[in-house]
Design a protein around this ligand. Sequence first.
Ligand code: PLP
Length: 395
Amino acid sequence: MKPLEDRIADHVKRIPRSGIRDFFELVQGRDDVISLGVGEPDFAAPWHIREAAIFSLEKGQTSYTSNLGLLSLRECIVDYVEGQFGVRYDAKSEVLVTVGVSEALDLVCRALLNPGDEVIYHEPCYVSYNPSIALAYGVAVGVQTKVEDEFVLRAEDVAAKITDKTRMILLNFPTNPTGAVEPLEELEKIAQLAIKHDLLVVSDEIYSELLYRGDSGMERGEHISIASLPGMKERTILLHGFSKAFAMTGFRLGYSCAPHVLTEAMMKIHQYSMLCAPIMSQNAAVEALKNGAGEVEKMRRAYARRRNLLLSRFEKMGVPCFSPGGAFYAFPDIRKFGLSSKEFALRLLEEENVAVVPGDAFGPAGEGCVRACYATAYDQLEIALDRIAEFVKRL
Ligand code: PLP
């Protein structure tokens, strides 16, 4: 019999394991670790949303739904997206409910890329982008963003990567892992590039409710979706979901909004691979969209307070950290300590029991920084920051 390793498809063999996963295997089994590692809200989903899931079960709603998702949910999504982003989609033909943004991203790549097609994306970025493109036989073309430039994606850097094989630009603002928000002028220039070169744009807007305006960040910033810019709705696939703002990661629910022809292509794969998203999660999501805004804002304000704590404490420690405009991540610059991001994170874990993620887990452009997620209780964050201060004092 051939060795089992030889049975694994070449394109799967080529994909590295997630750097986050490797790191968290080290965290497992250690006592007293404060984790600023996992990018997941520490809040449970608001009670009225959980209750809607419970009611769904109580009423015996345990069936499949339409492949596209419950029409009642798609109608709520259309209203919500119009309210948030100022773009209106057709609930019957332009919205697809998926198992998280993760599935939506996979569907986009599999439905819209031919082997060898290039996708431009910005690094450091969410760990799934590169593998999702590679698994669809696409070619991931990273554009580096820099800490000195507050991780702004420069249109001129995007333009420099465009070839005759480029098919899509993949954007994520606010960005995981940096918390960066794209300035409108630059977003407009990227839209112009997409139009000029006839490219599709995939816009992952999963953190779009979590925006912090000004120094205090207590006011919510305004989110502008590239889909809302002139000439862009017809070439944009907008991805959004419930995991982050609504603290519903375990419900596994997301959606895409895109022109009918693209939605139909994605739906073709979804209907054979997933069939539909779970009905109880869909019912819970209806409640989230109808009545969840107050809870989302409460959580956002809690994150804003924690963000301020982190920023002021890093400043006191002499650790440079740019002020993130969104999401729930800080990405401090640790280059002055002369350690790689992996060494820094490993020693911090071993010596002080605090877990942060090495920046290179998010692509080579993340080297020199670490990701600290502040979706962690305020008192725990305070202790973690005390420990980090002790650690950097010794370096
Ligand atoms: N997109 C980004 C930028 C993320 O950070 C994450 C999760 O961390 C996802 C997508 C996946 O989200 P979901 O839980 O909806 O699959």
